[in-house]
Design a binder for this molecule. Sequence first.
Ligand SMILES: [Zn+2]
Length: 277
Amino acid sequence: MRFTRRLLCNFGLRATLSAPLWARSGFAQADETPAATPQISPAASPSHLIVIDPGHGGRDPGCIGAGNVYEKDIALDTAMDLNALLRKSGYQTMMTRDRDVFIPLPDRVEFAERHQAALFISVHANAVAGDPSIRGASVFTFSPDPSDPLAAAIARSENSVEAISSPSFKGVSPQVSGILFGLMSRSTKIESVLAQQKMVAALSRHVDMLPNPARQATFAVLQSAAIPSILVETAFLSNPQDEKALRTPYFRHQLALSMKSAVDTWFVARRHAIANL
Ligand SMILES: [Zn+2]
């Protein structure tokens, strides 16, 4: 059975909108008493904190695959795997959520800024209306000017979920996007693009990629002016082959290994990039 992304996402929301709104308390829990307590190695400094952001959660399921696979579950599982790999290597990490709770997009950004993260990685799965042949991973940075129509549609879909779930959130209008991009420091932009390049290179070695996998769009969750931020769309739930892969722990572990490898190379490369600013 073929679904469009909007139908998939809205279906899930309609089914859960009557649930109590517990976004703030859920987020505070993740912040103050996280189940996956941030483990800080003695050698770690605040500038090495990585905030991992599993997309969606709670009443926002994200996209839902034809086999009833929820994006929010795929994102959380992959992000938890990445978190474990990074900690094992001595990185300091925090997660915006470590369980099935709804966290508003602006709060995810604020969380990373409050903790002065060195890098923010948002993990998602994808879906596109009308063309189930589209598949593969892609990596996004923020820009007021989307790189292509598909990137714009994906960002609209991610933001539209938030608009429904949190009426106070204004979304990212072209005007606001332009202002935010202007506020973004040069180093934040450079470090974000560098993280995108490293992530695309690392993922390409292990999983199939969307053509032109490095894309830009107005993702609300990437709008920090201070924290280098990227969003990984791991695969398309609207593609049968991708959906089948996403169901397997092996594939999700390959994604996590790739992302961890990208973090390793990013920390090395950004030292040179900042030195040359
Ligand atoms: Zn998503």
